[in-house]
Design a protein around this ligand. Structure first.
Ligand SMILES: *[C@@H]1O[C@H](CO)[C@@H](O)[C@H](O)[C@H]1NC(C)=O
Ligand SMILES: *[C@@H]1O[C@H](CO)[C@@H](O)[C@H](O)[C@H]1NC(C)=O
Length: 217
């Protein structure tokens, strides 16, 4: 190889190696990044999946390694979805049906920085708020208020959408409410296959399906 050809090859390799890096660091400097979740908060979410409505009481509690979704179906039952950072989840009712199932996932609860690396899409108006919008691994679109940096809205790739109605930073649910009912432990044998199903889905999106993201996505 002539020295000219060698030099060209080196230049080409140099460009190949550096171009993606410099363009991504350029992008990172320019674009807003999602605000990490507060370590503890309470949020009321209005959910809509093609006209099926639910209210979710979300209690996110990172320091205690737990996350709670209390799901009210419209004029229907309340489903408690209690998640621990060790991967165990309990799904139960507190009514006379005394139903409970549990699942064991390979991932813990969502980390406060779970939105890191999301792709910035620009600004849009949603629910009457001007928001920055990100795409997280083609799994959901996340809308955050430009002014207050609070989450306003997110939409899953399935079309299921969450509207954030309240966002109380620092609110913590009392310990007693995190106790799954005794029949969750009595009927261990009845643990269904949900766990396996969720694990598979979960693994494919890096564990994003936990929290308000998993149930009936
Ligand atoms: C729920 O979403 C559907 C579209 O999937 C829409 O037609 C309907 O108006 C929404 N309902 C509410 C209460 O937002
Ligand atoms: C995870 O933690 C919860 C709450 O302490 C507990 O009930 C559950 O048994 C634990 N799961 C495992 C696999 O240790």
């Amino acid at each position: 190889m002539s020295s000219m050809a060698k030099a060209m090859t080196s230049v080409t390799i140099f460009i190949l190696l550096t171009a993606p890096l410099s363009s991504s660091s350029f992008r990172d400097e320019q674009d807003p990044v999602p605000t990490p979740w507060p370590h503890q908060f309470h949020s009321i979410l209005a959910m809509n999946y093609t006209g099926i409505l639910e209210i979710i009481d979300l209690w996110y509690d990172w320091p205690n390694g737990r996350n709670f979704n209390i799901i009210q179906h419209q004029l229907g039952t309340i489903l408690y979805d209690l998640e621990w950072n060790n991967g165990t989840s309990f799904f139960y009712s507190l009514d006379s049906s005394k139903e409970c199932s549990s699942a064991q996932l390979e991932v813990g609860i969502l980390r406060p920085n779970w939105l890191d690396g999301a792709e910035y899409l620009g600004q849009r108006h949603v629910d009457g708020f001007l928001c920055n919008v990100w795409n997280k691994v083609d799994f959901l679109l996340y809308y955050e208020d430009v002014v207050t940096k609070r989450p306003v809205h997110w939409v899953f790739y399935t079309g299921r959408e969450a509207h954030v109605m309240t966002f109380e930073v620092g609110a913590v649910l009392e310990d007693a409410k995190w106790q799954a009912p005794v029949y969750c432990f009595d009927k261990k044998a009845e643990t269904d296959n949900q766990g396996a199903e969720f694990s598979i889905t979960s693994a494919s999106v890096d564990g994003l399906l936990r929290g308000p993201f998993r149930i009936g996505m």
